[in-house]
Design a protein around this ligand. Structure first.
Ligand code: IPE
Ligand code: IPE
Ligand code: MG
Length: 247
């Protein structure tokens, strides 16, 4: 990777205006592979390498939270061999990533219904979460079998249970309380949402947390996305004027 370019971009960053929470829809693995006449799974394999690089890069840039969309509740509709490959790739990637989490003091959490994932995947996920739970650096939120609608529905269900059990009054339900029942409330709202591959849609990602996020779309395919692209996205974000409904 061209170090000069990285240094040049880093020097342009305003350290006081860094996005606290960055979320990325890592898209375009299949098209990347197709453009190289490779099977789709090669795109996923290269994509997994990028995950590791971007976790390191974001942590080095002192980003507080990084959410990465790895598998959606809708991705089960893909051909079974592709889903199986993604699950085995996940296991391989997470085993390798543990060293990096330790080295970088990164805390890993997961959003999504992981209870239905294959046992091997669940085991390594739980190991990484457990080993990194007291880490003080960036929080890396891996979104797996994740759906934004599911997350909000789960929060509603939890609140309904509390009401039914007489622990909560209906009129105590407000936006703050709903937000506190999302999977990981401490991550906070997303400041910058990046989607690779040229698609300009949300695809059921972090619907609640994206309410006022700045959206950044790039035509770069995920397997080609490097620290340089991340820095360019952050620099674009720093040029935006965020208004939150004000003037
Ligand atoms: C993103 O790449 C990875 C996952 C959704 C798991 P895709 O597999 O969606 O790649 P394209 O969109 O087909 O190019
Ligand atoms: C979104 O990408 C999900 C992930 C990146 C995990 P998709 O490729 O599944 O989204 P659509 O189908 O193009 O909206
Ligand atoms: Mg896609």
């Amino acid at each position: 990777m061209p170090k000069v370019k990285i240094t040049e971009l880093e020097q342009q960053l305003d350290p006081l205006k860094l996005p606290r929470h960055i979320a990325i829809i890592m898209d375009g693995n299949g098209r990347w592979a197709k453009s190289k006449h490779l099977p789709r799974i090669s795109g996923h394999a290269m994509g997994a390498k990028r995950v590791s690089e971007i976790v390191t890069a974001a942590s080095d840039l002192d980003i507080k939270s990084l959410s990465l969309y790895a598998f959606s509740t809708e991705n089960w509709s893909r051909p079974q061999p592709e889903v199986s490959f993604l699950m085995s790739l996940l296991v391989k990637y997470l085993k390798k990533e543990l060293k990096n989490l330790i080295r970088k003091d990164v805390k890993m959490v997961v959003s999504g219904h992981i209870e239905v994932l294959p046992a091997a995947a669940k085991n390594v996920i739980n190991q990484n979460i457990e080993t990194s739970k007291n880490h003080q650096g960036m929080v890396f939120n891996l979104c797996l079998n994740y759906g934004g609608r599911q997350e909000i529905t789960d929060a509603c269900l939890e609140l309904a249970k509390q009401v039914k059990a007489g622990k909560l009054n209906v009129d105590e339900i407000d936006e703050h309380r709903v937000g506190q029942h999302l999977y990981h409330p401490a991550l906070g709202d997303v400041d910058l949402m990046i989607r690779t591959s040229g698609e300009e849609r949300i695809s059921n990602f972090l619907l609640w947390q994206l309410a006022y996020s700045e959206l950044y779309f790039t035509s770069v395919m995920w397997p080609d996305f490097t620290k340089i692209d991340l820095l360019e996205a952050i620099l674009a974000y720093q040029k935006r004027e965020r208004r939150f409904g004000g003037i």
